[in-house]
Write a protein that binds this ligand. Structure first.
Ligand code: 5GP
Length: 246
């Protein structure tokens, strides 16, 4: 068993702890939900439960398709053991359908399908408010090399293909999402952080109803947990639930 020790880092929705194993950290998913660069903060009871399990499921499926992820084990709902990574402060955003900041920033019509998908990167920084960043700036800042970026782009496209199919099987359109990568001790680039309704836009295929954090951003707080529960119920099968005692 991996035992947590000191608090290493507290983010807006997750807390990361050192453990008795130097190569592993424990991530606790909290029920805190923030929007508008942290301007609005609420407690959404159950969010940590759903997001930790949805992340575990997605990371397991990605691993099964040959994508290296940080995931080691869901010890209990809300708590993951993951490989310790040196996180790269880039938010890699993939868009299959134009919406959100893309249509606010560029002359795309809302809900236009994007084929091929668009990949963008933001610099992950509370101090600088996550500005858009390009390859030259990322390299000049020493965050990554060109080879790193090539690998990240190729891997991200694969992740998008796998996740789109996975969600489609669950009657959900994967509109867009954000992922983050880190490096392990050997310098390998590994998918880290979380993939959940906090970091994806998910629409019901039939009704186009939102099933993600956008509900919170739009002030429909009463619908948030039901939507997350819906994603959980559609993605997890009976074997997953039995394996994790859900
Ligand atoms: P947009 O740029 O349209 O606001 O977001 C695009 C996609 O990336 C959405 O699925 C959104 O949830 C995700 N995303 C962008 N920035 C962040 C972030 O700082 N945190 C999280 N959790 N997701 C983000």
């Amino acid at each position: 068993m991996t035992t947590k020790t000191d608090l290493l880092y507290e983010g807006k929705a997750k807390s990361v702890y050192e453990t008795d194993n130097d190569d592993l950290v424990i991530v606790e998913f909290r029920d805190d939900m923030t929007a508008g660069d942290g301007a609005r903060k609420e407690t959404m009871t159950g969010k940590g439960y759903y997001n930790s399990i949805i992340t575990s499921k997605i990371f397991e499926v990605l691993e099964a398709h040959g994508i290296k992820t940080q995931f080691v084990e869901l010890t209990k709902p809300g708590t993951l053991v993951v490989k310790k990574l040196d996180m790269i402060p880039l938010e890699v955003i993939v868009r299959n359908i134009a919406t959100g900041s893309l249509v606010r920033t560029f002359p795309f019509e809302d809900k236009t399908p994007l084929d091929p998908p668009i990949i963008q990167t933001d610099y992950k920084s509370d101090e600088f408010h996550d500005p858009a960043i390009n390859d030259s700036i990322s390299i000049a800042l020493g965050l990554v090399t060109q080879d790193d970026l090539d690998f990240i782009r190729k891997t991200t496209m694969k992740i998008n293909d796998i996740m789109r199919d996975m969600f489609l099987d669950a009657g959900i359109t994967l509109v867009d999402f954000k992922i983050e990568f880190g490096k392990d001790k050997e310098g390998n680039i590994i998918l880290g952080d979380e993939i959940s309704p906090d970091s994806c836009r998910l629409w019901d295929v039939e009704t186009q109803d939102m099933l993600d954090k956008e509900l919170f951003r739009k002030g429909q707080d009463d619908k948030v947990i039901d939507a997350y529960e819906e994603v959980f119920n559609r993605l997890l099968n009976d074997d997953d639930k039995a394996k994790w005692n859900l």
